[in-house]
Design a protein. Structure first.
Length: 178
């Protein structure tokens, strides 16, 4: 174990839950950059999808140690209401950041609802995928199959947003995935 005092650790991580979620801050910056730097003609939904559906971290690994670590981490998070609360705060920050970016890029007024709806929908896709991963991991799912299932579900979710939730195509997708 590292010879570091608790006081030193909390100088870097003022909230103990942040010890577990340090990577999420970098994720936010990378997500925002992916949306900001999208190619001409690429939609926000497509740029977000391209970024979110990349295999990364433990979900990209295909070894037993990573699978074991992912299962342990999942158990820790799912059994801790304070970690789940911290995660919700982080997702709220993601949503705010993304809505602000969408508002600025589209020259919308700050009280426009559309950027908020879009940001909430996109972050909702990410949250739904994360919850899916946790359920599957707790049920014993492993890579590479788990990562493929996550990508397939993510693509379907993003298609719902692209085509509009009320469209016939979106409704058909909902019925088919049920």
């Amino acid at each position: 174990m590292a010879d570091v005092s608790e006081a030193t650790v909390f100088n870097y991580f003022p909230v103990k839950e942040d010890l577990l979620y340090t990577r999420m801050e970098a994720f936010e910056g990378e997500m925002m950059e992916a949306v900001r730097q999208r190619t001409d003609g690429e939609s926000i939904v497509d740029a977000f999808g391209r970024f979110v559906l990349q295999r990364r971290g433990m979900l990209a690994a295909d070894d037993e140690q990573s699978a074991t670590d992912l299962q342990k981490l999942t158990l820790v998070i799912t059994n801790s209401s304070s970690l789940q609360a911290r995660e919700r705060e982080i997702f709220e920050r993601y949503t705010y950041s993304l809505a602000t970016l969408i508002t600025e890029e589209n020259g919308r007024h700050s009280d426009s609802i559309e950027p908020w709806v879009m940001a909430n929908a996109l972050i909702g896709v990410h949250r739904a995928l994360l919850e899916y991963v946790r359920r599957e991991v707790l049920a014993g799912a492993r890579n590479p199959g788990l990562a493929r299932k996550v990508q397939a579900r993510g693509k379907r979710a993003l298609e719902l947003l692209t085509h509009g939730l009320g469209s016939d195509e979106a409704q058909s997708t909902l019925r088919a995935s049920g």
